[in-house]
Design a protein around this ligand. Structure first.
Ligand SMILES: N=c1c2ncn([C@@H]3O[C@H](COP(=O)(O)OP(=O)(O)OP(=O)(O)O)[C@@H](O)[C@H]3O)c2ncn1[C@@H]1O[C@H](COP(=O)(O)O)[C@@H](O)[C@H]1O
Length: 106
């Protein structure tokens, strides 16, 4: 399996406390979780816009930005990428339709 996301997670962890003048990760982290979360939202919107305009190259670039900023946010919250992947593994083979139907009524 490609280790790209795990390698990036490690880099982000190392850069969090770097000099904000030298590191984007450190600069964004220093601005606080609200700003990091805002960036995740912006990159998500930009991904959606690329999709809605059928801009494949744009969608690839914006998806990379989204994953990068999501990893910064997870790192800031102390959530390892492994925890997210474990959750996806837990859901494997469970149809989204069946899962929704099994939820208790509101
Ligand atoms: N993958 C990335 C990556 N993707 C995007 N970006 C940066 O993310 C920023 C987002 O761009 P935007 O135009 O959306 O934001 P902005 O205008 O800078 O910010 P705002 O003023 O809007 O808040 C840009 O500065 C991009 O260069 C990245 N910066 C770093 N990485 C990785 O993170 C590592 C550590 O980076 P540093 O922390 O900078 O050393 C690098 O070696 C790379 O592997």
């Amino acid at each position: 399996m490609r280790s790209t996301l795990f390698d990036l997670e490690k880099t982000i962890c190392q850069r969090r406390t770097a000099d904000p003048a030298q590191s984007y990760v450190a600069k964004l982290t220093a601005r606080g979780r609200g700003k990091i979360a805002q960036k995740v939202g912006e990159e998500a919107v930009e991904t959606v816009i690329a999709a809605m305009t059928s801009d494949k190259d744009g969608a690839i670039g914006e998806s990379a930005d989204l994953l990068f900023h999501l990893l910064i946010l997870l790192g800031d919250m102390g959530i390892p990428l492994d925890a997210v992947l474990d959750e996806l593994d837990r859901r494997e083979g469970v149809s989204g339709i069946a899962e929704k139907a099994s939820r208790p009524p509101d």
